[in-house]
Write a protein that binds this ligand. Structure first.
Ligand SMILES: Cc1ncc(COP(=O)(O)O)c(C=O)c1O
Length: 479
């Protein structure tokens, strides 16, 4: 079983085959406890795992990684992991990763990766087509939503701002825009005062009159509005901003319209729900994550730009050592469309998943998320004490346990305690967020295998936890 490690690249093939199977099988066992965080004893053991001078058998190392290293993790692909945006990745995606890593094409340029690049181009066309983006659009696979947003923001800046006037520029986000957008703007050189946070209406959508007023004020003050970043599926509530109205305003003021669909753009593949994205087809750029609601392993984001030549305008370079890779119109060097020079062919695992599962099954998987959130909301309504703060939108519902007469800080602490208890008990992972200054619980449910029973039992358990915490608080108060 000892691998023949004459060099780090020579490993016995039988050994590898057995190891791959071992890894795939170990992954398919669902954890009892959805989240396992390493305790002090485990950390001491992990820190003691030093790099040996002489190598060890592959299977022994894999056993150790499975049992000790990866053991301590949140199973974001567990049916009842409802925190953040879960990562219910298909095993097909993992196989796609294995292929991509095994062949390891340098997918930055056509010469080294014409096959995979041709597939990535086609796949982006298909994704863009689902959103109704025009033929002129194009893009690339990147590591995730944050990188997709950053990539698009650079293009927005370059297309809408003269370089010497960047200090006067203003970009518009909403109170509910994902933090990666402000982070991206900061990375590309904008100051906090150049980012205007527009308030949201009672459905957590960007408020159009507030946006129009802010643009008007900024123009009047001699500043240069250049981009509105709309959301198609906010992280907190799943809300979709009024995209057609935003487009109209952007046209009037000559602003770039970016749509962050990292989470929500996946509904574009659903014939049933795609209409909710009305207006996305008019965006100048869109972000979309495969590793969220398209069931991919991590490292699968997409950025699409309405006019693909705008990506090249921002990212193309031509150093002397890369000149042998010149392409014609029918080819693409992805390094000319984004930040990375060397990049893996991230789109191929999604392609493999779509080929094997088929677009209909993928759409049904996305549609199931809507139903999961509705079941959770329905069950919440059966139990007194729960308040729905934001009803089911896409696959998200927000709620809080609010005993009558309790002051807000005490209700906030109660809901935090419920979330912590859900973590400890391990049946389902439900964490908190903040809406309108209040701590609320949040369920984001996108796992295609989660059932009505999972949703109802999760809410019943949360109700039990709430009652326990209320009783504990009453005890504390009486002491
Ligand atoms: C709406 C939205 N945009 C951007 C991101 C950032 O994506 P990533 O974590 O893939 O960088 C997220 C992550 O949850 C998101 O929900």
């Amino acid at each position: 079983m000892q691998a023949d490690l004459k060099t780090p690249t020579s490993v016995d093939l039988h050994d590898l085959e057995a190891a791959a199977l071992q890894v795939l099988r170990s992954r398919s066992t669902p954890q009892q406890q959805v989240v396992r965080v390493a305790d002090e004893a485990a950390l001491t053991e992990l820190r003691a795992m030093e790099v040996p001078k002489v190598g060890r058998p592959l299977r022994e190392v894999i056993d150790e990684m499975v049992q000790k290293v990866y053991y301590h993790r949140a199973q974001a692909d567990h049916r009842r992991f409802f925190a953040f945006v879960p990562g219910p990745c298909s095993p097909l995606s993992a196989i796609g990763d294995l292929l991509t890593s095994t062949y390891n094409p340098h997918a930055g340029n056509w010469l080294e990766s014409s096959g995979p690049s041709a597939i990535e181009v086609q796949l982006i066309k298909w994704l863009a087509g689902n959103l109704g983006l025009p033929e002129s659009s194009g893009g690339l696979f990147v590591s995730g939503g944050s990188m997709a947003n950053l990539t698009a923001l650079v293009v927005a800046r370059d297309q809408r701002l003269p370089a010497y006037e960047r200090s006067k520029a203003v970009a518009y986000v909403s109170e509910q825009t994902h933090s990666s957008v402000a982070k991206g703007l900061k990375i590309i050189g904008f100051l906090p005062e150049q980012i205007r946070r527009i308030k949201c209406d009672d459905r957590f959508q960007l408020d159009m009159s507030d946006l129009a007023a802010a643009i008007y004020e900024d123009k009047a003050a001699g500043r240069l509005p250049f981009a509105v970043i709309a959301s198609a599926g906010t992280t907190n509530t799943g809300s979709i901003d009024p995209l057609p109205e935003i487009r109209r305003l952007c046209d009037q003021a000559n602003l770039w319209m970016h749509v962050d669909g990292a989470y929500g753009a996946s509904i574009g593949i659903s014939p049933r729900y795609r209409h909710l994205l009305e207006g996305v087809e008019s965006a100048d750029s869109v972000s979309w994550d495969g590793h969220k609601w398209l069931f991919q392993t991590y490292g699968c984001g997409v950025v699409m730009v309405r006019d693909k030549s705008h990506l090249t305008a921002s990212y193309h370079t031509r150093p002397e050592y890369l000149r042998d890779t010149e392409t014609d119109e029918s080819q693409v060097n992805f390094w000319d469309l984004g930040v990375e020079l060397t990049r893996p062919a991230r789109g191929l695992k999604l392609w493999l998943t779509l080929q094997v599962a088929g677009a209909d099954a993928m759409a049904a998987g996305v549609e199931h998320g809507f139903q999961l959130a509705r079941w959770a909301e329905d069950e919440l309504k059966q139990h007194p004490g729960w308040e729905i703060v934001s009803p089911a939108q896409l696959s998200i519902v927000n709620f809080r346990f609010a005993p009558v007469g309790w002051p807000t800080p005490k209700i906030d602490a109660l809901n935090k305690a419920i979330a912590q208890r859900s973590l400890r008990e391990g049946y389902a992972t439900v964490l908190t967020t903040e809406l309108r200054g209040q701590t609320v619980l949040r369920i984001c449910a996108i796992h295609p295998d989660a059932t009505e029973g999972d949703m109802r039992e999760t809410v019943r358990k949360l109700t039990d936890y709430a009652n326990i915490e209320v009783a504990l608080a009453a005890q504390e108060y009486s002491q």
